[in-house]
Design a protein around this ligand. Sequence first.
Ligand code: NAD
Length: 273
Amino acid sequence: MIGLIGLGQMGGAMARRLVEQGQVPRVWDAHGPARNRAAGQVVDGPAACAAPVVILSLPDAGAVAAVLEALLPAMPPGGVVVDTSTLDPLAAREFAARAAYLDAPVSGGPAGAATGTLTMMLGGEAAALERARLALSLLATRIIHVGGPGAGQVAKLVNNLLVATHLAAAGEAMRLGAAAGVGPEALLAVVNAASGRSAATEVNWPRWVLNGAFDSGFTAGLMRKDVRLAMALAEATGTPLATCAAAASAWAASDIADAEDFNRVSARIGGIA
Ligand code: NAD
C-alpha cells in the first residue's frame, strides 16, 4: 500500500502513474479541485494516507511540516515517508530526526512522473530506502542514494542552480546571436551539435520556448524558490558564488510572474516573449 500527499503537477502525475502500474494509492491534497481530479483512492486527510510507504509532493518545508504533524502518529511500524518536494536541507535533517524520513527530490518534471522515468536523489538511511525501493521504482528509473539526511536536497539544489544558470546564460547567448543576425533556430542547430550545449539548449528551448508552448509544468515561482534555497545554502556554508549569483539575480529581477512557466524567464532574457 502506498500513500501520496500533494496532488499538483508532480503528485497528480505520480498518482496516475501508480494507478497505471496497478496500485491504488491513498491520496490527499489540501486543495479540493486537486483531490477531485486525482487518480487513486481519495481519503479524508493526511493521517488516512498512512501506509508502509508514503510519498510527499508539496511546495515547501512549511507544508511538509504541517502534513507530518498529522501523518506521523498514524504511520505503521517500519513505515517510510519519502519526500519528493524540493526544500532546505536543514529542514530535511530536522524531519529525519523525528521519523523514518527520506529526502528524495526528483528531476524530470510532470512528464517524467507520468512515465515513471524520474531521476530521484535521496538522503537518509539505506535501510529505509530498501523498504521503499519497490514503490519508488514505479516512479523513477534512476534512484541515486547520495548520502545521509539532507544530501538529496543538497544535490537537487546544486542541480537546479545549474539549470537556472544555464537557462539565463542560454537566453543571453541567443540574444547575442540574434543581435548579430543569426536567429535562435540556426544557433541551436549549431550549439546542440557542438560543445556549448546544455539541457537548456537541447531540451528547454526546443521543447518549450521556440514553439511558444511554455507548458513544462514547472513554474517560475518554484524555480525561484530553488534558486533562493541554493543561494541560502551558499551563504550558510560560506561559499562565494559569482556566476551563479548573477544568474540568481536575473531570476529574481525578471518580470515573469511566479505562476508562469519557468522557461519564460529564459525566453524573456533571450528577447523572445
Ligand atoms: P504544485 O504547486 O503543482 O503542487 C503542490 C500541491 O501541494 C498543490 O496541489 C497544493 O494544493 C498541495 N498542498 C500544499 N500544501 C498542502 C498541505 N499542507 N497539505 C496537502 N497538500 C498541500 O507543485 P509541483 O509542481 O507539483 O511541485 C511539487 C514539489 O516538487 C515542489 O517542491 C517542487 O519544487 C518540486 N518539483 C517540481 C517539478 C516540476 O516540474 N513541477 C520538478 C521537480 C521537483
